[in-house]
Design a protein around this ligand. Structure first.
Ligand code: SF4
Length: 368
């Protein structure tokens, strides 16, 4: 299996319970009211569409908390919006106690610690230990530069993955992160962590210029290092970075991912086959961005990981005051080309728009 059994079973049980009985206070949309006929609607159907939103769109609950304890980073990667969007608060950090309060307040079973570079957070070991004490699963997203230096602050745990950013083989990756030597240090970090018994994931952003044959070579190389699982993110030109030409339209993403089924069979890719069908344009999914809330130095960031219209003080305000019905493809123009997993994979976890074949594909993928 790609993921530890406890992780798969824990997530499945959490999703099942929340689908059956979602917390009622998160299902309310406060003023200004959304669509009167359907106040819980998040998915704005495309113009001229007569499709009603799926009933599970009425059940909002978080699945993955995107926790950003800081926005500072030692690199200035080409596709990163955080160091631009949060320039004014780049030196601020969320104290450990506040991070843990956010974990408790939201209650998501999985926490993705991102940033910024979380390995520059002084109490990163303490933060990870505190989240594991709450029986959560953790992906610690890192550029890999400090793994060797700080490895002794962590203990291997079946609920914990280092998630190392790698956008290609050495030359390509170093160009994307705008510094030579980063690929090699990340690889040394992966080797050291594997030798110490840690689980490793990698995260690759796919840009307009990305050569998918090179991504296959990268996965082949990483398989020799026993990397456990791979994530792929289609580069999306959200507001902080959308003046650049490296980002893709939906049509570009469909084209880029059209050979992905073959890679899915050969390598442990972390995304469900249904999400991959969506990336290839074979399936329509609505945005369920409330499934992946983001907490950072300014509070709960709404509506989603990529666009910022507000920061809320409490999780409940984030859930009830974000005008969900205004977002998603067909709604807000900024959402038009978004296919980010943070916006659409919660829909897969909920089984929205799923056929019987989709369920079978997902079960087969989990068990493989
Ligand atoms: S940018 Fe993407 S994730 Fe955010 S609300 Fe729009 S469609 Fe959803």
């Amino acid at each position: 299996m790609k993921f530890p059994l406890a992780m798969t079973a824990g997530l499945a049980s959490y999703v099942y319970k929340n689908k059956a009985r979602p917390r009622p206070e998160w299902q309310i949309t406060n003023e200004p009211k959304g669509d009167i006929a359907n106040p819980f609607r998040i998915f704005t159907p495309k113009p001229n569409s007569d499709r009603a939103p799926h009933p599970l769109m009425h059940k909002r609950f978080p699945i993955v908390l995107m926790l950003e304890p800081l926005h500072a980073c030692n690199l200035t990667c080409t596709g990163c919006g955080r160091i631009r969007e949060y320039e004014s608060t780049i030196k601020e950090r969320v104290p450990v106690e506040e991070c843990l309060m956010a974990v408790d307040e939201c209650g998501a079973p999985m926490v993705s610690i991102c940033g910024g570079e979380p390995m520059m957070y002084p109490q990163i070991g303490k933060l990870v230990a505190g989240i594991l004490d709450r029986d959560k699963f953790i992906y610690l997203c890192t550029n890999g530069m400090f793994i060797r230096k700080r490895l002794n602050e962590f203990k291997p745990d079946k609920r914990f993955f280092f998630n190392v950013h790698l956008d290609g083989l050495e030359k390509t990756h170093d160009m994307c992160v705008e510094r030579e030597g980063v690929f090699q240090e990340a690889i040394e970090g992966i080797k050291a962590a594997k030798a110490a018994g840690f689980q490793i994931a990698t995260n690759t952003t796919v840009y307009k210029e990305t050569d998918m044959a090179e991504i296959e070579q990268l996965f082949e190389y990483l398989s020799t290092l026993n990397v456990d699982v791979h994530q792929l993110s289609p580069a999306y030109g959200y507001s902080a970075v959308n003046d650049r030409e490296i980002f893709m339209t939906r049509e570009d993403v469909n084209e880029k991912f059209k050979g992905i089924d073959r890679l899915m069979k050969r390598y442990p890719i972390a995304h469900s086959p249904v999400y991959m069908d969506f990336l290839q344009g074979k399936k329509e999914l609505p945005c369920t961005a409330w499934g992946t809330p983001t907490y950072n130095t300014k509070g709960w960031k709404g509506p989603c990981y990529v666009i910022t219209d507000a920061h809320y003080k409490t999780f409940e305000e984030f859930m009830t005051e974000t005008q969900w019905q205004n977002y998603g493809p067909g709604g807000d123009p900024r959402c038009e080309h978004c296919m980010m997993h943070s916006g659409f994979e919660p829909s897969v976890a909920l089984g929205i728009n799923h056929s019987a074949t989709d369920y079978l594909k997902t079960i087969g993928w989990i068990l493989r």
